[in-house]
Ligand binder design. Structure first.
Ligand code: SF4
Ligand code: SF4
Length: 426
């Protein structure tokens, strides 16, 4: 039996466009725009003012909150704008060289502090601060660390390429993360549509008794924490619970690489690998881009848009969001920029529900999407909450299979926002 979870879908994966092309390093852009909130948790406050000169890697924004992560200058240069949302830096290309030194630590607390100071967050898209994730609450013991190399979103191949090109750094980072959270072993979970990554990682851990590589079934959303844990160890994270309730901490491939670089070179998170792909881009590839680079600069580096390009998505096609401007910056959470041609962009109108239950079968969280949508449409938020609207992971499987083209996940996002607002007011 292939290792998997219940529910889920099999969309066209479309990864071949970029999966075999080595990561390209993008030259520094003329300007970067670094948003003050690039993570789940409290936004940062600026530590610099307009007119300041900053060095590459300098911390330029931070927060007193535990659930937050500082932001660093991804280029050297002059701060040209500071507002409530972001800091902009005009690049001094001559001076943009990072120099740091290996960081030493004496205990778990100091190691977690290095991870925090490097501004590292979950680079799979969740952007949860990594130092928080590896700090279990009092009394909780972590026994297993997991690396999420599933990368189940169609088109995206960043983790795939990072495993192939920076696998050794990933293993080194995983050892540090194991140490930070107190785990004794690491399981690396990779979808079976990346056999070269499974083979490569298996070779790299051949002499590492604490490590195992497991291939999991190709099925969306295999890369969700709870689904991947079910696939890897057969255990269910309790509803409203966390992996640490099972003694497990999971991180993404690139996050482990970032942790290694923070300790080995004193390097904060300055760039990330982004998949630029889709029918509307001239040169699809994975690009290592400085944080704060505009989508416009990234697209230009990839040969520009095709004349038929009609839609740009930040993230994957299942969970990403459509962009209205190319001025949007690449942030810590940007895993992909996808461009689609006119003939692939469909405008649907919603038909009535035919009660086929396809959405129920597809839901990996075992919810009743048809009823949830009905309740949200009728503003019956208590009823929606009762049948676990808040447990919806917004994976989009239900919308994908719905023959009536009901944008179910949009209703759930709206319903969750309304419930959160109501709870805050109460
Ligand atoms: S979006 Fe929510 S309701 Fe729909 S399939 Fe995913 S988890 Fe289930
Ligand atoms: S898949 Fe669509 S049409 Fe079928 S039950 Fe669900 S909401 Fe209704």
């Amino acid at each position: 039996m292939s290792k998997s979870f219940s529910g889920g879908i099999h969309p066209a994966y479309n990864k071949a466009m970029t999966a075999e092309i080595p990561i390209a390093d993008m030259p520094l852009p003329d300007k970067v725009r670094l948003p003050l909130s690039q993570h789940i948790g409290a936004p940062c406050k600026p530590l610099v003012a307009k007119g300041d000169t900053v060095a590459m890697g300098q911390k330029i924004a931070d927060s007193d909150s535990f659930v937050s992560a500082p932001i660093h200058a991804s280029v050297a240069g002059e701060v040209v704008l500071v507002d409530d949302q972001a800091i902009e830096i005009k690049t001094d290309k001559e001076k943009s060289r990072f120099s740091g030194a290996a960081q030493s630590y004496n205990n778990q607390g100091e190691l977690r502090q290095i991870i925090r100071e490097a501004g590292i967050v979950g680079l799979g898209g969740a952007t949860f601060p990594t130092h928080v994730k590896v700090t279990p609450p009092e009394g909780v013991t972590i026994h297993t660390f997991m690396i999420n190399g599933a990368e189940c979103e169609p088109f995206l191949t960043t983790d795939h390429r990072v495993m192939l090109e920076q696998g050794q750094e990933m293993i080194a980072g995983s050892k540090l993360l194991m140490e930070a959270c107190g785990a004794e072993k690491t399981i690396i979970g990779i979808e079976k549509n990346k056999p070269d990554a499974i083979e490569h990682m298996s070779k790299l851990i051949a002499d590492e008794p604490a490590f195992a590589v497991t291939g999991v079934q190709v099925k969306y959303p295999q890369g969700w924490e709870k689904q991947l844990i079910k696939s890897l160890v057969g255990q269910e994270v309790p509803d409203k619970g966390l992996p640490l309730d099972l003694g497990i901490v999971m991180n993404n491939v690139a996050t482990a690489v970032a942790v290694h670089r923070a300790v080995e070179y004193g390097e904060p998170l300055l760039n990330r690998v982004v998949t630029v792909s889709g029918s509307g881009i001239n040169k699809p590839q994975n690009v290592r881009a400085p944080l704060g680079t505009s989508v416009a600069d990234l697209v230009e580096f990839c040969g520009g848009l095709k004349p038929e390009a009609a839609k740009i998505i930040d993230g994957g096609p299942m969970m990403g969001r459509a962009l209205s401007t190319l001025d949007t910056p690449i942030t810590k959470g940007t895993s992909g920029i996808l461009v689609f041609n006119r003939d692939e962009v469909h405008l649907f109108s919603e038909d009535p529900c035919i009660r086929c239950a396809s959405c129920v079968d597809a839901c990996p969280s075992r919810l009743l999407p048809n009823y949830l949508a009905l309740y949200v449409k009728r503003e019956m938020l208590d009823e929606a909450e009762e049948i676990n609207l808040m447990s919806c992971i917004e994976c989009g499987c239900c919308s994908y299979v719905c023959p009536s083209k009901i944008p179910l996940v949009h209703y759930f996002q709206r319903g969750k926002q309304e419930i959160n607002a109501r709870n805050r007011n109460q």
